[in-house]
Unconditional design. Structure first.
Length: 121
């Protein structure tokens, strides 16, 4: 699993919790480093912060989904923004489905509970 976030406290929180569940976690502090690590290590899952300096999570998700080596890696986008679902709906790539309290599977990015998005294909 790869965690990409510019906040070291969030990275540590996610890392500790996932490692307690038996996952191996690698991390990156920004989108550029995240792209390199994703291409180099081919993680089973990528967790991205939406808002990072430089390459943000949405741009990185689009880049990863268009890459031959990384297009099939599931991606979870995290945001601390209160109205993340509204914001993501206006900025995500095509094939976006907004779900306020339920989940649904569809190609592209799916927003879950207004604060998290997961790419399903």
């Amino acid at each position: 699993m790869l965690v990409v976030d510019d906040d070291p406290i969030i990275v540590k929180l996610l890392q500790v919790n996932f490692e307690m569940e038996g996952y191996q976690v690698i991390s990156a502090a920004d989108g550029k480093e995240g792209l390199a690590r994703a291409q180099g290590s081919r993680p089973d899952l990528i967790i991205l912060d939406v808002m990072m300096p430089g390459i943000g999570g949405l741009e990185l998700a689009r880049t990863l989904k268009s890459g031959a080596e990384t297009h099939d890696i599931p991606i979870i986008l995290l945001s601390a923004k209160a109205q993340a679902s509204d914001w993501m709906a206006s900025t995500c790539c095509p094939h976006t489905l907004i779900c306020r309290s339920t989940t649904s599977e569809q190609s592209g990015i799916v927003v879950l509970s207004g604060a998290m998005a997961i790419s399903l294909g």
